[in-house]
Design a protein around this ligand. Sequence first.
Ligand code: GDP
Ligand code: IMO
Ligand code: MG
Length: 444
Amino acid sequence: MKPNASNSGSLAVVGLQWGDEGKGKIVDLLAPDFNAIVRYNGGANAGHSVVVGDERFALHLIPSGVFRPACTSVIGNGVVVDPAQLLTELDGLAERGVDCSGVVVSDRAHVVMPYHKVEDAARERALVERLGIKAVGTTGRGIGPAYAEKVQRSSAIRMGDLLFPDIVRRRVRAAMAFKGPMLERWAPEALAELEEDSLVELALGWGRRLAERIADTSILLHRILDGGGRLLFEGANATLLDVDHGTYPFVTSSNSSALGIGPGSGVPPQRVGRVVGVAKAYQTRVGAGPMPTELTCVIGDRIRERGREYGTTTGRPRRIGWLDLVALRYAVRLNGVTEIAVTLLDVLSGFESIRLCTAYTLDGRAMEEFVPDAAALDRVKPQYEEIPGFSEEITAARSYQALPATARAFIERIERGVGVPVTMIGVGPDRDQTIHRTGEIGGA
Ligand code: GDP
Ligand code: IMO
Ligand code: MG
């Protein structure tokens, strides 16, 4: 066997719900043990928050390990990159004194062009206003149209293409030839802004500014591995938004579970040893789609306010629900999760009792399996187990034993429900507001 053919030193951090589980905080915490932090999917639809001392950062394209100077930050080939957003993010971080010299982007990552964002908004608007169909509730970042263009092939632009004026012009011309008539019908007001020469100039300008950072990141990652280094893969969006395994069609356009790591980075799956699944102590969801445990009452409002549950990317209020163990079990299995980080546990203090959904019923029949289909999931009824809540604030707790017994019982109920240990517990957004536990179910 070739040395290093399997490398259990690398790790993935993936969201187990509908996004915003606190992946950014967990990646930042774990990053010092890794040589590179790798984004492999999604684009600027992601909003990952990292709190460093008194400062709060929101990252959309740049990996959350950027605050750890020894880590290389890799934007892999599976990401769709809006170069304007990337440059804004790089400039914003530099202004705040963050060293971004280690940020590289794959030459094979696809470019989100202005027409993708126009199309994203136009489709959403047309669905509702002209066709009477429920919109997906996208972030408007052009994600779906950019991935569609990638799969269509001949009119797509990759980051490496930005260095070649002829290629850019040909692709822009092809893209606009197809999109022009469609946008003429659905977004005529925006069409005037999408003129070929200015689009080409814009793209080439991005290429000039980003040239030094554009590289074959797949080779870079393999070199790190072959040298005995370790990679941390940072999932964006989350498992239940995965285009193949999420609540289709209310999903994003990439494989946002750990299953996307191979195609999105060029690193084969056996190189990933540990998979840390991140789950909130409750559910949230932004945008449309089924959510069996949704709370549309004052309890939901209270959790939203305590947890500051407003989108990092769009500012939209997040929908809130009780923790769904059926969905969590599904996500654990799908990702090969080896351990869980439960975040925002502090938000649940002050409730007399807490609920967990342990099963569904559909048309009166009991179901223990999640249903990754929006229409079917919309019809399930959650079955709850109610356990005592905890009244104490826990934001200052730093050890598992310092948590109230009822909070520990909640964590251990999750472990029993999904069959993997909870090794980290978030009790606040700061780096040190994290409890680390041994890797055994029911451990200290
Ligand atoms: P991501 O997209 O998964 O990285 O998550 P977001 O950054 O979009 O949303 C998570 C929010 O919760 C951010 O505002 C974090 O600062 C915050 N957060 C993370 N962990 C905790 C925690 O344990 N407790 C509290 N109260 N906030 C947390
Ligand atoms: P992070 O990485 C929460 C949701 C959108 C919408 C659907 C499709 O911060 O957890 P898109 O713009 O991707 O076409 O929208 O997916 N969505 C997210 N929700 N957190 C995210 O990322 C999300 N990325 C996409 O709200 O419902
Ligand atoms: Mg987020």
